[in-house]
Design a protein around this ligand. Structure first.
Ligand SMILES: Nc1ncnc2c1ncn2[C@@H]1O[C@H](COP(=O)(O)OP(=O)(O)O)[C@@H](O)[C@H]1O
Ligand SMILES: O=P(O)(O)OC[C@H]1O[C@](O)(COP(=O)(O)O)[C@@H](O)[C@@H]1O
Ligand SMILES: [Mg+2]
Length: 347
């Protein structure tokens, strides 16, 4: 890091009455990072238009932190974000950048932001993206405000992350179809749902589909429920059902699990369906668009209020600001009651 390159925003001229004038914000950057999520475009649109309404210039940073390092920047005008609110994916594209994890990578990124005259940045992404923003803001004097965008809904301090609701509906539609085959053929389907470290998508989609068993990384006791279900099915000769398996439940995921079940219960017809990236795409639901729009406007407000290193969230319907260090270190609360409900109803 070159200390001389650091620009201290607090070193702004004093006003006539001797009070420090607020740092002058002229141009903001906006980018998407980590896994794409439906509704990210709605957030880009809201950030861009809210900034323009406040007389700020907006630069779109393409391909996440990798694009920041490479200076892959485009100016964003109001017309550039028209007709995108209903689109999945992200018009700015996204990336996972190894280079940004290094101090050298972050120094390059800082130089690019300086050269482009970007005073502050809105980062739309997940916990990893916020960790990167927090690290860079501790090394260089640049303000980041975050908008949670990930289908995993695994971020502390917000009830919603952009894309979660759309992904949840995609999973439910897919599992309903799989259920038709499961019942018709008398099969047990292990359906693998995304979420490396978080089981929220699996838990709620399992509830919505009436899954017989839900396996999530947060609760290992569900494996006993699987055993009970398989034993019961064997005795009653009921051989169909849906087992939702969160990607992060155990190494090997649904494929490994199916292998184990086949060994123990060779009489069962066990099939695996890995839903994969079908869960990440598609047009965002109305709520994902509304939440993205509200959070986009709130992110620009926060920058105008001279906030830094905070994430915008929604808590009980209200916009809140959550410090990055809390958002990334604490876990999203996990509703154990939902698991109990699922167990009780599967009699
Ligand atoms: N500890 C870290 N230090 C610096 N950058 C990080 C760190 N963790 C994540 N990042 C950056 O954020 C990017 C996105 O993180 P990732 O975990 O893949 O997605 P998400 O933000 O959706 O959780 C990473 O590719 C990396 O460039
Ligand atoms: O598409 P990739 O890079 O294989 O990533 C898959 C991962 O991305 C996700 O879909 C979203 O995770 P992030 O939002 O944290 O990037 C996870 O559920 C999944 O484990
Ligand atoms: Mg993440």
């Amino acid at each position: 890091m070159t200390i001389s390159a650091m620009r201290d925003l607090s070193m702004t001229p004093a006003t006539e009455n001797g009070l420090r004038r607020k740092p002058i914000l002229r141009k903001i950057g906006v980018f998407t990072s980590g896994g794409d999520a439906p509704g990210m475009n709605a957030a880009i649109r809201a950030v861009t238009r809210a900034a323009i309404a406040n007389k700020l210039k907006v630069t779109g940073i393409r391909r996440g932190y990798q694009g920041m390092i490479e200076g892959d920047f485009i100016p964003l005008r109001s017309s550039d974000v028209s007709g995108i609110i209903q689109l999945g994916g992200t018009i700015l594209r996204t990336a996972r950048s190894k280079e940004f994890r290094t101090p050298e990578g972050r120094e390059k990124a800082w130089q690019q932001l300086q050269n482009a005259g970007i005073d502050a940045v809105v980062v739309i992404g997940g916990d990893g993206s916020f960790t990167g923003a927090l690290t860079m803001s501790q090394e260089y004097n640049i303000s980041f405000v975050g908008i949670p965008g990930t289908i995993d809904n695994d971020i502390y301090g917000t009830d919603y992350t952009i894309g979660y609701e759309t992904a949840l509906n995609s999973v439910v539609c897919a599992v309903d179809k799989i259920r038709d085959t499961a019942v018709s053929h008398g099969r047990i389907f292990m359906v693998e749902v995304m979420g490396r470290e978080a089981g929220l998508l699996a838990l709620n989609s399992g509830i919505a589909c009436g899954a017989e068993v839900i396996l999530i990384p947060e609760s290992k006791e569900q494996h006993d429920a699987l055993k009970r279900f398989l034993d019961k099915g064997y005795k009653r000769k009921e051989r169909s059902g849906i087992v939702i398996v969160a990607e992060g439940d155990e190494p090997g995921g649904a494929l490994k699990l199916a292998e184990n079940v086949r060994c123990e219960h060779p009489e069962l017809d066990v099939r695996v369906s890995i839903l994969g990236h079908i869960q990440r795409g598609g047009s965002p639901t109305a709520n994902d668009r509304i939440n993205a729009t509200r959070m986009g406007v709130a992110a620009v407000d926060a920058l105008l209020d001279d906030q830094k290193s905070i994430m915008i969230g929604i808590d009980n319907g209200r916009i809140v600001q959550v410090p990055f260090n809390k958002a990334v270190k604490l876990n999203h609360s996990f509703d154990r009651e939902l698991l109990e409900i699922q167990k009780m109803l599967n009699i």
